[in-house]
Design a protein. Structure first.
Length: 142
């Protein structure tokens, strides 16, 4: 039986083959679309930015740093509106998205398949993209 780590690595390698010609932002979009996050929602845009910020600096806190930075970037909104829009986008994707994609991204040892929190969602996608980037760098020889 294939371990969860082996499954994750296998999927990351598959992603890296398909995503060789795109940058990190493109990989974020692919991951969000694969999970079924509605592209028409403002939460989609906020998630893209949140994942990118988390990926650049994993030590940043979501509520204090990342939500606030997104709110400042978009002006006229509060960090609470950012949080709610992200939650709504994740909730919609959870209800309507591909169960297979959700199983791949979020079923790992010791975790029941429950809808992830905003923090879990953003951290997990950022982590998977970090692995993808490392695989990509190894393949490119850098």
């Amino acid at each position: 039986m294939e371990s969860t780590i082996e499954k994750t690595l296998h999927h990351v390698l598959l992603l890296s083959r398909h995503l060789e010609r795109i940058n990190l932002r493109g990989a974020i979009v692919v991951a969000l679309m694969e999970l079924g996050v509605p592209t028409r929602s403002v939460g989609f845009e906020f998630l893209k930015m949140a994942i990118e910020l988390q990926r650049k600096d994993p030590t940043r806190t979501l509520a204090k740093d990342i939500y606030m930075e997104i709110a400042l970037h978009y002006r006229q909104i509060s960090k609470y509106q950012v949080e709610q829009a992200i939650r709504d986008a994740i909730r919609t994707a959870w209800k309507e998205g591909s169960r297979e994609a959700w199983d791949w991204y979020f079923s790992y040892a010791g975790r029941a398949m429950l809808r992830p929190t905003n923090s879990e969602f953003i951290s997990r996608i950022a982590y998977i993209l970090e692995i993808w980037q490392e695989c990509r760098n190894i393949r490119e020889g850098s």
